[in-house]
Every structure is written in structure tokens, then in C-alpha cells.
Design a protein around this ligand. Sequence first.
Ligand code: MRU
Length: 359
Amino acid sequence: MADHEVNAVPVLRWEEPPEGPVLVLLDQTRLPGEEVECFCTDVPALVAAIRALVVRGAPLLGVVGGYGVALAAARGFDVEEASEQLAQARPTAVNLGYGVRRVRGVHERALAAGAGPEEAAAAALAEARAVHREEVEAGAAMGRHGWALLRELLPGGGLRVLTHCNTGTLVSGGEGTALAVVRAAHRAGALRRLWVDETRPLFQGSRLTGWEAARSGMAYSVLPDNAAGSLFAAGEVDAVVVGADRVAADGSVANKVGSYPLAVLARYHHVPFVVVAPLSTVDPGTEDGAGIEVEQRAGHEVTELAPGVSVAPPGARVYNPAFDVTPAELVTALVTESGVVSPVTPEGLAELCSRSRTR
Ligand code: MRU
């Protein structure tokens, strides 16, 4: 059985029971302990699920944003208002607005062309499915391009790859982004070890990437984020491979907080720092890293390991940005479904985007 079949994970599905359409999400907050589903029948429930990270990861946020608009259309809610609420649910991953805009645009154009509400809702659902399918296909292509790049940069094989956060099947339903590259290396028998940063404070690395790595039979180890430095110093890391939530026009990369220190460490230790992201994550409308809005999350995520399990004194003030920004000069290569940009320059990025648009 192929790896993708073994690991097929139902991250989301659209159901149409007689009571009306439902978007069913795998609740990622409950992994790895339990596989529980979350049923969204309206947009406020979906917005709450997005904010709570029931569903997360840049490409999947675009996909659920699209399905959210389709849900609003199919259930007869105000699509414009629903689109605004969905697009604003989380600020950093540009994919969310991208998915929402695409599906809303199709719905609007269908109505303007004289379609009735049901026909327009069907067109919206078809577009949401297209966004989903494209992200799955992009994951497979990124896996191929990224693996070819790693072979070129590190011809010896026996790779030890450090990754951060979760970038796998759980972020697209397909192979994922950075983890698609790791999967390709693993399938080729070239992955010696996957180092999984636990990714404080919400543990997307240990909980989710660990879960996916175990299901795929990868040799993996989880480490506390603050052990990465000594791992590099011991010469145990051949490459860092991470995803992105937004890539600005100058090539700055917003990704899960803790990515930037890894890029600094990688540069100091002469290790490639590779970012893997679909073109839906590239945002030519954001000029540079300073223009990327970084989501600030609630303090209890840092001060409590679980509800009621405190790891800080009551009233402690907290700094809890969900993302950080790595400047382009620290990124060895950006891998997209349309190819690789290296070095990451505004010109190289603009060229790739325009080439992809004209295909
Ligand atoms: O807060 P999250 O869990 O949504 O953050 C996700 C990440 O930072 C991923 O690394 C990123 O979306 C890239 S993978 C698609």
C-alpha cells in the first residue's frame, strides 16, 4: 500500500444530511489522544473552530475558509457577512482570505449571471472543492521539488531533518507542505531521522507531527524547542525544513513562532534552511516582513499546560505571538508547487509567481 493510502487522514469532509449541509472537521486539539470530529453547521461555529485550532495550518485554513463560504451559501446565510467573519478569524495565514475570496467570487458571479440561490450555492461548493483539490495536488508537487532540492544540496543521503510545528496531512488532507518533502525522503529510504520540535506552547510538533511520523513509520524524535541549539552544535542536523503562513513580496517568511531562531541557528551552523509553501501562501500584496500581521494569542496558552494546570504564578503577564518572521536572507530556498526559488529574492519570487499565473 502506498504511504499516502496508509496515512489517509479524514481532516475534513462535507456532508449533506436531510437537515442541511455540515462541514465535519477532525478536531486537531484532541490529537494524538483521541480522534474526535467537530460538526459545523453554521459560520460562527466554524469561526470558533478556526480560532481554537480545531482546524489549522495555512493551506487547510484556505480550504475551510472556502467551504465555510459554501456552507453559508447552502444554508441561506448572508454570504458577504459570513465571508468577512471567516476571513478575519485568524490574521496571519494569507490562505484563509484567499480561499474565502475565491469561493465568494464564484458565488457572486453566479448570482450576477442570473443563477438562483441553489445553483449559486452549488457553484460555491464546486469552487471550495477545487481549492481543496489544488492544495492536495500542490502538496504532492512540493514533495517532489523539495526532495529533488535536498538530494542536490545533500547528496550523501541518510538525512537528519529538523522540522517545526505541523506541516503534514493535517494541513491539507494531502501530503502537506514541509512534511511532504520529508515523506518523499522517507519513501526513498533516505530519511535517517526526523527531529520534531515540540513547538510550544500548543505542541503542534510533538502532538501532530509526532502522530503523523509515527503513522508513517518514520524514525523520529521529539525535542523541546530549546534543545535545538545543542542538537545543531552536536552536528546532528543536515537540514531544517519548515512551512509558512505567509511569504511577503520581499521573501520574508511568517511561520510558527520558533522558526526564526532555527533559521539563525541554521545559518550559524551552515545548514540549509528550506521553506516549503504553496503559491497560495505567497502574498505579493504584503511588501515585507514588517507588513505581516502576527497573531497574538491568549496568555493562558503559555501559563497553563491544561485547564487548571498552571506553570506560572497567577497574574503573570505573557508574550504569546503565534508566529515569527524570518528574513529572506536566512532562507536557503523556497519550495513551491511550481518550482524552487533560491536565493529567495523579490525578483525571483515575482518571476515564479508570474510564470505560474501564465500557465
Ligand atoms: O497556529 P497553526 O497551528 O495554524 O500554525 C501552523 C504553522 O505555523 C504551520 O507551520 C504553517 O501553517 C505552515 S504548514 C502549512
